[in-house]
Write a protein that binds this ligand. Structure first.
Ligand code: NAP
Length: 641
């Protein structure tokens, strides 16, 4: 994956230019060409989408006449640009930049504008690089940091801390970087979030091959970032941190690390960043007999490519995002495939989910420098709220109706119409149609492939509960049995067991898991009182489920952790520890908001909830709110040691 933005020269004739703009999303096209050519008359009111009709992505909000008019004006501007020798316009002044960004995002107050500028990273400017360094704030002082995990969060944390001048070492349990994209290599694995958004703001690329890229492409992207951020020499692969212990006397963290050969080393550092991910410890079901099965069985995150699947009797247990992605691949090979579904997910149709980028869009991405950034900003602008408002609970709504508000009901009805279309057989449709509110559980993308595969002659959807796994197969509670050659567990991850199986002890020997007692909480999802200089990434209540990209959270967290260290240096302290009352008030606020979201009121089973029934995963607000809270560190939130 290349990260360069080098554009190809614009030499095509007028007609070719016009043809290549067909079907390209208009708002980012207008902004990128106004920016490129310096022709700000393009930002005309009659080329703005109707905000009330913009729901998610693409050209929603534009009438066909507007689209035609807009693309013609853009083509005219590009033709003039080409005729003038392709000389770019001057860089926009502050007013022009605001006009460009507001063309995409609508009217913005100053703080929003700053966030949008950061996300846009026009010209490749890395706005989030630390503006300070250890040597500038505390000459003569050195600080060491360990980052645990070289996945999407650990990579950016290590980069930021290094940029600030800390001596950083990354310990990664796997044999390569990439985290979830390293471990989940099952067939069909790909990202649900549009790719230009699912990438670091400061490491964008116009070279994504698809709207939603596949696991190998994403793995390649993160490896490229490791190289581009010059982190390779900082990472020890096959090194698992088993234990992190705070030493009260020395004010350092002591890490006990095991390598692949079983060797154990101890490493002392001032700061620890845990970037161990959340959805990566496979969870096997508590069904009796799991160990007794004599055929091949494995978890979806540990895919076995050595099995000859052709003609086999295969069972898949689970029907979440992972299962839906690999079931088409298995169905193509299996003699017979049975999908054991406990709770149907809401299937959301995205028909271009598996598609390559169309040639016109590729042409625009290659010829219009920075179009990719404007396209990414358009995605960010729309997905920063995404479907979140549609998950808000109306206190006067009848919750037994299967929805939580009029807006939520609207989605339920729209999706139900999709089910009518995708599942013509009423018996199957009844089995797959959820009865819980949209948003209460992780939605799953269907390009039309999964829904059609469920109707293949060699596929059965089984909704009877499983009683036990036997040496030869599966027995249902109704007594029916079926024999299998292969069982694939698509049963998800131990999401609520944050940081497990690592043992973490803080001040006075306090054990983190004992403190949490199965109910993980942290201030901003980042800090736990009693664990000084220990920072979490992708910690409790920082998962987004209906809006945005999780990479945005990693960037915000990396920035905030840097700002904490900055405070520590400015105050000449050795450590900072979050104030318990700040932590508690924050978590009360999260819980109150959660109770007003679909996932907070529904009793449907989901990994959002922990063993206490509390939602410890989801961020209940929009993206701006997390940025606002992590932009600066409030010294009053911390005890300085
Ligand atoms: P998951 O969403 O937790 O789904 C687990 C499935 O296993 C559910 O259908 C669950 O049923 C079922 N299950 C669990 N225990 C069971 C039992 N004892 N008996 C029968 N069924 C059982 O796991 P996942 O599909 O691996 O996805 C996890 C998360 O990873 C996703 O929600 C998503 O956030 C992320 N992910 C993302 C992508 C992507 O971006 N494309 C792809 C894959 C995963 P119930 O629903 O009844 O609990």
């Amino acid at each position: 994956m290349r990260l360069d933005f080098e554009a190809q020269p614009l030499t095509e004739d007028d007609e070719t230019i016009r043809v290549h703009l067909e079907g390209v999303p208009l708002a980012p096209l207008v902004a990128s060409v106004a920016h490129l050519t310096g022709d700000y008359t393009l930002l005309a009111d009659d080329l703005r989408p109707d905000p009330s009709k913009v729901v998610m992505i693409g050209d929603e909000g534009y009438s066909p006449e507007q689209l035609e008019r807009g693309r013609n004006r853009v083509a005219d501007a590009l033709i003039r640009f080409r005729n003038g020798g392709c000389t770019p316009g001057p860089q926009p002044d502050a007013g022009q930049l605001r006009a460009l960004i507001e063309f995409i995002g609508g009217p913005l107050h100053d703080e929003h504008l700053r966030l949008f500028e950061e996300e846009l990273a026009l010209g490749g400017i890395d706005h989030r690089a630390p503006s300070w360094s250890v040597s500038s704030l505390a000459p003569g002082r050195s600080l060491t940091a360990a980052v645990i995990g070289a996945g999407m969060s650990g990579i950016v944390a290590a980069q930021r801390l290094r940029q600030a001048g800390l001596a950083v070492h990354v310990f990664e349990k796997d044999s390569g970087a990439g985290g979830t994209w390293f471990e989940n290599a099952y067939p069909g694995c790909r990202v649900d979030v549009p790719n230009h958004l699912y990438s670091y703001s400061h490491a964008q690329t116009p070279h994504w091959p698809q709207f939603n890229s596949t696991q190998p492409v994403l793995l390649d992207y993160f490896r490229t970032c490791v190289a581009a951020f010059e982190l390779e020499d900082a990472i020890s692969y096959d090194h698992e941190v088993e234990e992190a212990a705070w030493n009260d006397d020395k004010s350092v963290w002591s890490l006990r690390i095991q390598d692949a050969a079983g060797g154990v080393t101890v490493h002392e550092v001032d700061v620890v960043v845990s970037a161990v991910g959340q959805l990566n410890r496979p969870s096997f079901p508590d069904i009796p007999g799991v160990e007794s099965f004599e055929g091949v069985s494995f978890h979806s995150a540990r895919w076995d490519y050595d099995v000859a699947y052709e003609g086999k009797r295969i069972a898949v247990i689970g029907s979440g995002a992972s299962a839906v992605q690999f079931i088409p691949w298995l169905a193509e090979r299996a003699g017979h495939l049975t999908v054991y579904q406990r709770t149907p997910p809401w299937l959301v149709p995205i028909f271009n989910y598996h598609d390559d980028l169309p040639p016109n869009l590729i042409w625009v991405l290659r010829h219009l420098p920075e179009y990719a950034r404007w396209d990414r900003l358009a995605l960010f602008s729309r997905l920063q709220e995404g479907l979140l408002p549609r998950t808000f609970v109306d206190p006067d709504w009848d919750l037994s109706s299967g929805s939580v508000s009029a807006e939520n009901e609207e989605i339920r009805q729209a999706l139900t119409s999709y089910y009518d279309f995708a599942f013509p057989d009423p018996v199957l449709r009844r089995k797959v149609l959820p009865d819980y509110p949209f948003g209460a559980k992780r939605m799953v993308v269907d390009s039309g492939l999964y829904s059609s595969v469920l109707q293949s002659p060699n596929v059965t959807l089984e909704t009877e509960a499983i009683a036990e796994i036997t040496p030869s197969g599966i027995t249902l509670r109704n007594g029916r049995t079926a024999a299998y050659d292969v069982i694939v567990y698509a049963t998800g991850f131990a999401a609520s067991r944050f940081l497990a199986p690592m043992r973490v002890t803080g001040r006075n020997g306090m054990d983190l898991h004992a403190r949490w007692a199965g109910d993980a909480r942290a201030y901003l999802g980042i800090s736990v009182p009693g664990f000084p200089n220990f920072f979490l990434m992708y910690g409790p209540n920082t998962n987004i489920v209906v809006n945005g990209s999780i990479i945005y959270f990693s960037e915000c967290q990396a920035h905030y952790i840097g700002e904490c260290i900055r405070l520590l240096l400015e105050r000449d302290a050795t450590a900072l520890d979050c104030r318990p009352e700040v932590h508690d008030a924050y978590n009360d606020m999260i819980d109150t908001a959660t109770r007003a979201r679909a996932w907070g009121v529904s009793d449907v089973s989901s990994w959002y909830k922990n063993e206490h029934g509390r939602v410890a995963q989801n961020w209940p607000f929009n993206l701006f709110e997390y940025w606002r809270r992590t932009k600066q560190v409030d010294p009053d939130d911390w005890v300085l040691l």
